[in-house]
Design a protein around this ligand. Sequence first.
Ligand SMILES: [Zn+2]
Length: 205
Amino acid sequence: MSDQMTHAEPSGHHEPQRRCISCRGNGAKYGLLRFALVGGMLCFDLRKKLPGRGYYVCAQRSCLENAFQKGFKRAAKSSPKEIAENADAFIREILIPGLRKRYTECLLAGFQSHMLLLGADSVEQAAQADTLAAYVIATDASESTSTKYRTNASRKNLPCLGLYDRSFYGRLFGKSDKVVLGWLSCHLFEEFSSLEASIRRLESV
Ligand SMILES: [Zn+2]
């Protein structure tokens, strides 16, 4: 078995690229944070839909610090004072709650569009059929349950994600507790997985 034989890479096809104003690195649009200049005022644009000129920054502390210190003033000729006192306050008070909210929206939209599967039976079925893109495992899954799904995932070379416990997922979908969810390959999943990476990175200090 070779790694090259795994199914087609779902990411990367024609995803619009944007450049970070701090490190000048290019990245997929959904992986970067957007700030918009609306009526001369700099705003954080969680859903990347605000009108006005947009400025992109990597979802990492160093790029945000640089943007708050000088990047915004240079690029947008606007002070980030309206958004937050400094990068640290912005990350803690606005960014992380915002990213977690958007993460939950992706779960709901995934469920509504049938790209997110709920419960062990449908997830395992998709895994068997090679249509699964990732497992989402409740943070309070038992050791043995978690090990079982992680083993299945690594056999299929799939990621294991998840930031919430089983009752959170149950409540979110108006169902009983869910220990495991599964994503099929789609843009929502790409955004979800990039949001989880950003949240984990920004919360670990
Ligand atoms: Zn950057």
